[in-house]
Design a protein around this ligand. Structure first.
Ligand SMILES: *Cc1c(COP(=O)(O)O)cnc(C)c1O
Length: 363
């Protein structure tokens, strides 16, 4: 499949900006980037990280670390400021304003649609089948890909936010086939570490139309770093690299991301994932006793979606106890739904007390 044939022609034709750090080595006497020769702050971190210098545009150690964690080659990896930036770059590189479209399967993450609006790309919506556990309408997706030649990106999420369901391998492969020579399938795996299913990263070499998004924001407990990874064919990575800012990652973030993904953090991540599962199961059992909880989608992530008889009142009630939950009740297909993130043991106890008291007050 020729990826350049579906990208924006102006991006395919352009030459990437040649920065001082990507056209010359970063050692020796550096007089090629108009930087100061030393930092003015005397703190050890400023000296150690050489904060007077531009950071590496493609920090080698972090690229290797993340490629290793995700089980792909370094040439398959682009590190971005959160997955949000990956979504934005893909939309800008593959969609011509006013002409091309993205496909989303709502209810889903809102950023796909927002990136499309910003770029002026059209939005094709293939709603999930609410009556069947919010499963994706694969036949409709195939039909859309077959009949709309301007579709360039299909965004799928596994596990999905906020419905928690997974895209299974056979469905994924059906959509990948339907994308052949037409579009990229962007599979957002922000929550994959929380579930038992395997990542689709292992399929990257086999399907050039597959793009996987990973992030340090969820199971790696480092949302503050803004560190996401686009995993794709090297041709896709090269095109995205032309559009990303010349020095996307601050030196302090590169340093912190290496610590956030150390062996020790990996051990702690496993503990976090195990505790999230335990607290999620406890919460599911707990909410099972309330008759005002009408429906529950347990999912395999660090959140639970539930339909209740008074979503807005419940959200307000929790807020009065200082607990913020997410009210989705005004969104299509999510009438009466709220999403609860699984927090710490202490936070879960407080949430349960608030839910019990809400039940008593509404009896
Ligand atoms: C939280 C989340 C992300 C993560 O975004 P970052 O920009 O990496 O923090 C991506 N996709 C989905 C579906 C999410 O819910």
């Amino acid at each position: 499949m020729d990826i350049c044939a579906i990208a924006r022609p102006e991006i395919v034709a352009m030459k990437a900006y040649e920065s001082a750090r990507n056209t010359a080595a970063a050692d020796g006497i550096l007089l090629n980037a108009n930087e100061a020769p030393f930092p003015l702050v005397d703190e050890p971190d400023w000296q150690r990280l050489e904060l007077n210098r531009y950071p590496s545009p493609r920090p080698a150690e972090l690229v290797s670390r993340l490629a290793g964690i995700y089980g792909v080659s370094k040439s398959n990896v682009l590190i971005t400021r959160g997955s949000d930036e990956g979504i934005d770059l893909l939309t800008r590189v593959f969609c011509r304003a006013g002409q091309d479209s993205i496909v989303e399967c709502p209810p889903c993450f809102a950023m796909y649609r927002i990136a499309a609006s910003i770029q002026g790309a059209k939005l094709v919506s293939v709603p999930r089948q609410a009556e069947q556990g919010y499963s994706i309408d694969i036949s409709e997706l195939e039909r859309v890909l077959d009949s709309c030649p301007d579709v360039k990106l299909v965004f799928l999420t596994t596990p999905n936010n906020p419905t928690g369901d997974l895209v299974d391998r056979p469905d994924l492969e059906r959509v990948l086939k339907a994308c052949e020579n037409k579009a990229l399938l962007v599979l957002d795996e922000a929550y994959i570490e929380f579930c038992s299913a395997k990542s689709a990263c292992e399929l990257i070499g086999k399907w050039p139309q597959l793009v996987v998004l990973r992030t340090l924001s969820k199971a790696w407990a480092a949302a503050g770093l803004r560190c996401g990874t686009v995993i794709a064919d090297p041709v896709v990575i090269d095109l995205l690299q032309r559009v990303i800012a010349p020095y996307p990652l601050p030196a302090m973030v590169i340093d912190a991301a290496l610590r956030a993904t150390s062996h020790q953090s990996d051990v702690r991540k496993r503990q976090l994932v195990a505790s999230v599962e335990k607290y999620r199961n406890e919460l599911l059992t707990f909410i099972g006793q309330f008759d005002w909880v009408k429906e529950v989608w347990a999912g395999e992530s660090n959140f639970v979606l539930m339909r209740v008889s008074a979503a807005t009142e419940l959200t307000r009630w929790c807020a009065q106890q200082g607990i913020r939950i997410r009210d989705f009740s005004s969104q299509p297909l999510l009438e009466g739904c709220v999403r609860l993130t699984i927090g710490s043991s202490d936070e879960m106890s407080k949430l349960k007390s608030a839910l019990a008291a809400f039940g008593d007050a509404n009896e």
